[in-house]
Design a protein around this ligand. Structure first.
Ligand code: NCD
Length: 290
């Protein structure tokens, strides 16, 4: 399959090449694809991923075909495969897809145009991880030996699952923390108060209420106190350590209002970098390399 479905398909060399390309684009390198059209198909809500893909496409001179699930034939029962096959038949040069089904792309193996995964269920979010990695690399100039703790609803998070796999491959020490009910043991668990004092990167996650079968066992106030990035915890972090979050953020739940835009926060830089990594991925695919 062409495009980018999961980072597991990419070597660490290829990941570094894409990050370097994204940084070159950020420095002002210009490349245009005026004859291309790409459709964005978001079957789950999205602000950052959807619109940063659209901004990336516009920056590359590519026309955006904006697919509205409510107004489309999905409402008439058309399948994901038939929808994507239709866009291929219309002459679209690639599709960006976000879907609640884990590995939805396995149904699309016969599709020939590039598919860019904007998130599948709780499994993969490759462009989010690339923008997280770019933000970390810009900060520290390396990955090897850096310590990162991802805190929150780990078990329902495609961001955590994607990042943990790739960060370990890049030589980072990755830990998890947060409520035991969301611990799926995909990395070593440590208490949050140990994490804030020892990590280079503290990444917070939103509680993924929309993926829960049962109500959270504690109130949001209690969550904030026990597992949130409070001002007190921020003050205990190492001098050069940074705070990240894929957003949307819930101020006062996983992150205190004052911390979201504090000097340690890279949350808005992550969003900016998202445009450049998506430009890099799309350009590389249209050049026949992905
Ligand atoms: C994340 C997602 O959708 O997986 N957001 C994002 O893409 N920036 C995380 C979330 O929704 O909490």
């Amino acid at each position: 399959m062409r495009g980018l479905l999961t980072l597991k398909d990419l070597s660490t060399e290829k990941i570094m090449e894409l990050l370097r390309y994204a940084m070159k684009l950020k420095r002002g390198f210009r490349i245009q694809y005026p004859d291309k059209k790409i459709a964005t198909l978001f079957f789950e809500n999205s602000t950052r991923t959807q619109y940063s893909f659209q901004c990336a496409l516009m920056n590359l001179g590519i026309k955006v075909v904006d697919f509205d699930t409510q107004l489309s034939s999905i409402a008439k029962g058309e399948s994901l495969y038939d929808t994507v096959r239709t866009f291929e038949a219309l002459g679209v040069d690639g599709v960006v897809i976000r879907h609640s089904k884990d590995e939805y792309f396995k149904e699309l193996e016969t599709i020939k145009i590039p598919i860019f995964n904007g998130g599948d269920g709780k499994s993969n979010h490759p462009t989010q991880s690339l923008l997280d990695l770019m933000t970390i690399y810009e900060e520290f100039g390396k990955f090897d030996g850096l310590k990162c703790c991802i805190i929150g609803d780990i078990s329902h998070s495609r961001v955590a699952h994607t990042n943990i796999e790739v960060m370990k491959r890049l030589g980072m020490d990755v830990y998890i923390s947060g409520p035991e009910e969301y611990n799926d043991h995909c990395a070593k668990w440590i208490p949050i108060d140990e994490a804030v004092e020892t990590m280079d990167v503290v990444m917070l996650l939103r509680v993924q209420f929309e993926r829960h079968q049962e109500k959270m066992k504690i109130s949001v106030e209690e969550y904030h106190e026990k597992y949130g990035m409070t001002v007190d915890r921020m003050n205990k972090m190492k001098e050069n350590a940074i705070i990240m979050h894929p957003a949307p953020i819930n101020r006062g739940v996983e992150i205190a209002d004052e911390v979201a835009e504090c000097p340690k926060s890279r949350i808005y830089k992550q969003m900016t970098n998202g445009v450049y990594v998506r430009m890099a991925v799309i350009s590389d695919a249209l050049d026949g390399n992905l």
